[in-house]
Design a protein around this ligand. Structure first.
Ligand SMILES: [Zn+2]
Length: 227
């Protein structure tokens, strides 16, 4: 009951209304989050519907966050849904107003910009990623001084190969599982129950049906959180 009250008073910021953002938003809304801000610059595309479960065939061509707002309102009219139809570049203001931030984006530029804003504002960040048959789930409880940040694990200057679901494909239920778990960890952080995943990255191999736990520590030389 106390947790439910905390949830109703909370504001979740979800960046990306795609394969991860869809299930994450649905569960946050259905669970009774007070306010949900959802940012995405895209329109609904037929080829993404197998994983972007917020949308129906009738929504093809519509602005994603507007279709999402209607879908989430239908699930729970008590949730204040704020749609942002834009590719956000500066997250600082948005992050400051949120209690928990969910990274459901699909590119490193967004992930790093969002991480920087969460470090600066000391807000908990729940990051998910899924590609082909592999996925990761991470929580950075940046309210704690000892918490690592996204950049401790994936440094901004590291050479990374940007792979996106639009070109590489992804198993649709895999994004469903990870997005739902992002909502679960976000709800735990808000309701202040259980043990958060902070400091432990979960890596899931869908083909082998195997979860691995990778311990992640704060990098004392991290250019983002240790300066
Ligand atoms: Zn860091």
């Amino acid at each position: 009951m106390e947790g439910q009250e905390r949830l109703r008073a909370a504001h979740a910021l979800v960046i990306g209304a795609g394969g991860l953002g869809s299930p994450a938003s649905i569960y946050l809304a259905a669970s009774g989050i007070g306010k949900l801000t959802l940012a995405d610059s895209d329109k609904v595309d037929l080829t993404n519907l197998q994983r972007q479960i917020l949308y129906r065939t009738d929504d093809v061509g519509a602005v994603k966050v507007e279709a999402a707002q209607a879908a989430l309102k239908a699930i729970n009219p008590d949730v204040a849904v704020v749609p942002l139809h834009q590719r956000v570049k500066d997250f600082s203001k948005l992050v400051k107003s949120a209690d928990v931030v969910l990274d459901c984006s699909d590119n490193f530029a967004t992930r790093h910009a969002l991480n920087r804003a969460c470090v600066a504002a000391k807000k908990p960040l729940v990051a998910g990623a899924a590609i082909r048959f592999d996925a990761q789930l991470m929580v950075f409880d940046l309210r704690q001084k000892t918490s690592p940040c996204y950049s401790c694990v994936f440094p901004e200057d590291a050479e990374v190969e940007e792979v996106q679901c639009s070109t590489m494909g992804v198993l649709a239920p895999l994004t469903g599982a990870i997005g739902a778990m992002q909502a679960m960890e976000a709800i735990k952080l808000i309701a202040e129950v259980g043990t958060s995943l902070s400091g432990r990255m979960q890596v899931f191999d869908a083909l082998a049906a195997e979860w691995r736990t990778v311990r992640v520590a704060k990098d004392r030389a991290c250019a983002v959180c240790s300066v």
